[in-house]
Design a protein around this ligand. Structure first.
Ligand code: CTP
Length: 404
């Protein structure tokens, strides 16, 4: 497991030393590359001591110490010898250079020559993190398929409180290990995932919706694609970027989601319905904006098609996973939905808790299976929960097949 750790010039550079140690402790051989600015914050010697390797500090300062042709093309050699590039802290400047292919020092030149996986752990001041330029650059990098460990919220060195603090080195090391040990155990599968809320129009300017952010469904789609599956993600309106390697079908209403799911059902072998579909919609939507009057207004709503129940009726030997977002009696409600919608698994979450369910980056769920088994997954990032759900789906399918 050969990893390059690119260290950018930010106050969080000292935390990259902990990351280097965490990677080495997990058995990785770590080659550190520091930008000139990073060396203003931490001495290369710290990293050399932690990794047992000379640190690369510049374009023409070879790790081997020689001043020959091999040092001039060292970035190519380093790119070829390593399968993962982790950049922590990834400063706004580094993100911008990576996004636009500017190669004016060792790390940015290495980035262009690198063909393996890239993991970015940004850290910066909140305003820099939220600046449209940084947002756009990060979007480019995500679209390129790079993994990102988002910064955390908290007090920053500049005195502000907000997002921008480098994620915990252990969290970054875990994400790096996941990329290095990526299982390809869903090759040959076609996974259909639904995500996000639906919006049901009331007139041309208003709609009814719910608090779903789509994060859990997107995490599942990304995890399934990383494990080798063909993934179709049918998504209601969200602010999330298309996960790498996923076919994204955007919809707005429950009826559109229904049609997109049915259209993509045939080739699917696993169906995961994480979307929070509106249960009711306005049957006849006025053509013009409804005007305010002093009178009371009632909405006459009709039920939407229950997509999960319909897929349950025609699923054949596909494995069907539903979601239950509940505020009480989680296990009972999950079991009820499992039976009534003919699912093989229901992922239940209590959306009334902090850090769980809608819009949260973490989740804590209970999996209720058609075999009667129940698995509790303790709180973790939605990306980690996604992999654990996929592990359980694979196990469940083996159990169902061997029971046949
Ligand atoms: N679902 C669906 N189509 C709908 C409503 C829900 O496919 N019109 C799916 C969701 O994607 C989710 C599961 O059904 O996988 C559970 O959604 P939920 O709204 O909790 O189920 P309901 O049957 O609407 O139950 P409740 O009585 O709690 O509203």
């Amino acid at each position: 497991m050969n990893v390059v750790l690119g260290v950018g010039g930010g106050i969080a550079a000292y935390k990259a030393a902990e990351l280097a140690r965490a990677l080495a402790q997990r058995g990785a051989s770590v080659q550190v590359v520091m930008t000139a600015a990073a060396q203003e914050f931490v001495k290369p010697l710290t990293f050399a001591a932690l990794t047992g390797k000379k640190v690369i500090t510049g374009m023409f300062s070879s790790a081997t110490g020689d001043e020959t042709l091999s040092s001039a093309v060292e970035h190519i050699g380093v790119a070829e010898a390593n399968s993962l590039l982790v950049v922590a802290p990834a400063t706004a400047n580094l993100l911008a250079k990576f996004a636009h292919g500017i190669a004016d020092d060792f790390l940015t030149t290495l980035y262009l020559a690198f063909t393996g996986r890239v993991l970015l752990a940004p850290a910066m001041n909140t305003h820099m993190w939220q600046h449209p330029a940084t947002v756009a650059n990060l979007e480019i990098l995500r679209m390129r398929g790079h993994a990102v460990v988002e910064p955390e919220e908290g007090p920053l060195a500049c005195g502000m409180i907000g997002p921008g603090r480098l994620a915990d080195p252990e969290t970054i090391a875990e994400a790096a290990m996941r990329l290095l040990n990526q299982r390809k155990d869903l090759e040959g599968e076609t996974v259909l995932v639904t995500a996000g809320p639906t919006q049901e129009p009331l007139d041309p300017v208003r709609y009814i919706s719910n608090r779903s952010s789509g994060k859990m469904g997107y995490a599942l789609a990304e995890a399934a694609a990383a494990r080798g599956a063909n993934v179709v993600l049918v998504s209601g309106p969200t602010h999330l970027a298309r996960p790498n390697g996923v076919k994204l079908v955007k919809v707005t209403t429950a009826v559109e989601m229904h049609d997109a799911v049915i259209e993509n059902l045939d080739p699917a072998t696993i169906i995961i319905k994480a979307a929070a579909v509106a249960d009711y919609h306005l049957a006849r939507i006025p053509d013009q904006k409804v005007k305010k009057t002093a009178a009371r207004l009632s909405l006459d709503l009709d039920p939407t098609p229950d997509i999960l129940a319909e897929v349950g009726r025609r699923k054949g030997d596909r494995l069907l996973v539903g979601f239950a977002a509940e505020t009480e009696r989680l296990v009972e409600e999950s079991r009820r939905k499992l039976k009534s919608k003919n699912c093989d698994m229901v992922v239940g979450n209590l959306v009334s808790q902090d850090g769980v369910g809608f819009d949260s980056d973490t989740n804590e769920v209970v999996l209720v299976m058609s075999t009667g088994e129940m698995v509790e997954l303790p709180r973790a990032s939605k990306r980690e929960i996604a992999d654990q759900i996929l592990d359980e789906i694979i196990k469940l399918r083996l159990a169902l097949h061997s029971a046949q």
